[in-house]
Design a protein around this ligand. Structure first.
Ligand SMILES: [Fe+2]
Ligand SMILES: [Fe+2]
Length: 182
């Protein structure tokens, strides 16, 4: 089974744009970074945040694109899960953006949104997503090492790590239920 590039739903695309236009100015006024100190210098933490953000953008785009292009027998249950995960990845990106806005001395620039791979079979979609989730899990484990005693930051990273582990488990369950489509 092959896919084609989906037309991007403008209402979904607008969500991440809103993270810059609305959420960040609000949070810059409201967020208290709390007690505690990072286990690394702010530049290292900021670099990590940008790395994590890039992977969340990629995850969001990949789930959304795959969800919109999948066809055939697997469309219902698979695309439903992909869209649900896509929405959650967008939420993760928003949380990272908030911390970037707090730690960055300069206005946050919107990074380029990566394009996911296309023309994949369902099996290859699942392999791609499992790999992306494993990368995200590694990224958030690294984030925990950087968190030190910065409790608010640590809580965010723990929450995101748990979410990515759940995503990974969802995908593995899907593979089991579908009987490893090819
Ligand atoms: Fe995520
Ligand atoms: Fe995920």
């Amino acid at each position: 089974m092959f896919t084609k590039i989906a037309k991007l739903d403008p209402t979904v695309a607008a969500r991440l744009v809103r993270a810059f236009d609305t959420a960040i100015p609000q949070v810059q006024q409201q967020v208290d970074t709390g007690e505690g100190v990072f286990a690394a210098d702010p530049g290292t933490v900021l670099a990590w945040l940008h790395e994590a953000l890039a992977s969340e953008y990629l995850a969001w785009m990949t789930y959304y694109t795959f969800g919109g292009t999948i066809r055939g027998l697997f469309k219902g249950p698979v695309s439903d899960m992909f869209f649900e995960h896509a929405d959650e990845e967008a939420g993760h990106a928003e949380q990272l953006l908030l911390w970037i806005s707090v730690l960055s001395r300069n206005p946050v620039q919107q990074p380029p949104i990566p394009m996911p791979p296309t023309l994949l079979s369902v099996a290859d979609m699942l392999r791609t997503l499992v790999q992306q989730e494993q990368t995200a899990i590694s990224t958030y484990r690294r984030g925990l090492e950087l968190a030190g005693t910065k409790e608010g930051f640590r809580q965010m990273v723990e929450t995101l790590l748990e979410a990515e582990q759940e995503h990974s488990n969802d995908l593995i369950s899907l593979v089991d239920n579908l009987g490893a489509p090819t």
